[in-house]
Design a protein around this ligand. Structure first.
Ligand code: SF4
Length: 327
């Protein structure tokens, strides 16, 4: 008898979304901290959470990473890593002033938005940055050209925008927004600013849009969608919203399997499962095991894209790794 035949059919199933979990930028940022710990030894300071995931942060802390909010908490001359979300130029200057060895783990797709902001500011555009107020990525991008950038935090924020010249305005965005809500915000902006220009390429990154796309596919068939991710992870929070908008009857965000309330599953036959871009897959497997213990033994993986993108480690780290290898 095969293992599948041995597992009793309960009629309860899991639709497991793919793509889910780690994106190329998160993978690179986490590897950056791991390699820096190996190369320079603990402690390694990390400004802000390297990625927005509780488990990842706790695991790196246990290996010797110290997470701080600002450069001034880092001892002079020590190594500091900047998180995947990017930083404003003044943060590099502060690091130089304190003689810190700075390693920049900003995701290259966030760096791309910084470059766009710099270019349009140099051409004296008004830049409307669609994003969530207070999010680290938005603070970093806005810091590239504070005199030119205004934040637009969703469609309801559009009416308060004022620009100098309606013929010279462009919108950019945070990389981890809801694709649909951003389109709505842009449509509303265009009713006020018909000549509004779009970014040269999508700012919402491939990982964010792919994870939302597959959730939209499974949500209509789900009694409940469980998203593994942390509350401060923008793309994870968006996945719950997208699932509900797409027809899931309920949606919940959990960091760990033990946070799942049995009441959520009481009347469910189909549970959707996915995870944000900063979530290691072991946490999803723990949720699958938790669900299997409650009769959800039939797992169908729904695949809408295969992701192959990878990013190489930051140059400054690679240079030191090569030098160490040469001895
Ligand atoms: S979610 Fe997108 S922008 Fe953010 S780290 Fe991942 S690939 Fe980069």
């Amino acid at each position: 008898m095969t293992e599948a035949e041995a597992t009793p059919k309960t009629g309860k199933r899991v639709l497991l979304a793919k793509p889910r979990g780690y994106c190329a930028g998160v993978d690179r940022a986490v590897q950056t901290v791991e390699e820096a710990l190996k190369l320079y030894g603990a402690p390694i300071y990390v400004r802000k959470q390297i990625v927005h995931n509780k488990h990842v942060v706790q695991t790196l802390e246990a290996r010797g990473a110290i997470f701080v909010e600002e450069n001034e908490e880092v001892p002079e001359g020590a190594t500091v890593i900047f998180s995947a979300h990017g930083v404003a130029p003044e943060v590099y200057e502060q690091a130089r002033a304190r003689s810190l060895r700075a390693i920049d783990a900003t995701c290259p797709l966030v760096t791309k938005v910084h470059q766009e902001a710099k270019r349009f500011a140099a051409e004296d555009y008004d830049i409307l940055l669609i994003g969530h107020e207070g999010h680290e990525e938005v603070i970093g991008t806005a810091g590239e050209a504070p005199a030119h950038i205004q934040l637009v935090d969703g469609p309801d924020d559009v009416d308060r925008i004022t620009v100098r010249d309606p013929n010279k305005v462009v919108w950019l965005s945070q990389t981890t927004l809801s694709v649909d809500e951003t389109l709505e915000t842009v449509a509303r902006l265009k009713t006020r600013l018909p000549l509004l220009q779009s970014p040269p390429s999508d700012d919402i990154c491939y990982a964010t849009s792919n994870r939302q796309h597959v959730v939209k596919e499974i949500a209509p068939d789900c009694d409940v969608v469980i998203v593994v991710g942390s509350r401060n992870s923008s793309n994870s929070v968006r996945l719950v919203e997208v699932a509900l908008d797409a027809g899931a009857r309920a949606g919940h965000l959990v960091d760990f399997a033990h946070e799942i309330d049995d009441a959520w599953l009481a009347d469910a036959r189909t549970v959707g499962l996915t995870s944000g871009a900063s979530v290691p897959d072991e946490l999803v497997h723990e949720v699958l095991a938790h669900l299997a213990e409650r009769g959800f033994t039939d797992v169908d993986e729904v695949v809408t894209a295969n992701e192959r993108l990878t990013f190489s480690l930051p140059q400054e780290l690679k240079r030191d790794m090569k030098a160490a290898a040469r001895g």
